[in-house]
Design a protein around this ligand. Sequence first.
Ligand SMILES: O=c1ccn([C@@H]2O[C@H](COP(=O)(O)OP(=O)(O)O[C@H]3OC[C@@H](O)[C@H](O)[C@H]3O)[C@@H](O)[C@H]2O)c(=O)[nH]1
Length: 289
Amino acid sequence: MVNKALQRLVSAVNRRRMKLLLGIALIAYVASVWGNFVNMSFLLNRSIQENGELKIERKIEEIVEPLREKIRDLEKSFTQKYPPVKFLSEKDRKRILITGGAGFVGSHLTDKLMMDGHEVTVVDNFFTGRKRNVEHWIGHENFELINHDVVEPLYIEVDQIYHLASPASPPNYMYNPIKTLKTNTIGTLNMLGLAKRVGARLLLASTSEVYGDPEVHPQSEGYWGHVNPIGPRACYDEGKRVAETMCYAYMKQCVLLPPFSAVAGQEAWPSERCSSECKGMGLLRSTVM
Ligand SMILES: O=c1ccn([C@@H]2O[C@H](COP(=O)(O)OP(=O)(O)O[C@H]3OC[C@@H](O)[C@H](O)[C@H]3O)[C@@H](O)[C@H]2O)c(=O)[nH]1
């Protein structure tokens, strides 16, 4: 009897324990499910938020990228690359004027002098020369391009003048013979005046046409030529002859001293008569015109 009562008591206690344990297990299970649910909803929220942010970032990127592209293009156009230029000390660096510097010979001379490290000013009326011949220097601190006709006086400070401004091929110089004459006479006088005023050396680009229809081949520097003053090419031939005469007159009066550069490196004119204080004068007769 006692045993049975004891067994009933134990089983009743066990049942209660079991219920308690089951209750605890249920609570634990519910808690863990709840925890997972909270975690999941947090993660879900985060991923939704991240997704949203990503979408916004992508949208911003889509708008900004073309703008960035435009900025890159602008930067490229501002930071133009120039051909390599030597560094020259202030003492060695010359301020050089090239008239007709946008033409064939002038633009190559511009390249050479720029790359040697000098300061170059190109003056041209673009009659036959083109801006594109020197455009690769535009904006360089050592370079300046002036649209100017040498028939008008020019007031700038320079150390050397290469006077090349003149139409050079028959159709061009015969197109307006009076203008060709003015360019080679008044233009040359203006450049000689400038050279005299600022104490600059001057080189005149002449032409083998100063020999006219020569009777001697090849022509030496001593040959005076065979020119028809009223022939169809006279405006150029005689214009350049007068230009040479004017340069020689300036040199003879010791305003300018010959030459700092001449045909094949030879002196075109004797220099004995000039004092050493005088500045330079040069003549270049091209033989290919
Ligand atoms: O009135 C004028 C005429 C012409 N010019 C310029 O002078 C330059 C002449 O160059 P071109 O390319 O026509 O000819 P080239 O370079 O071959 O001539 C070169 O060699 C021959 C010489 O007689 C020229 O004086 C010299 O410039 C051009 O840039 C032209 O626009 C002027 O600046 N003013």
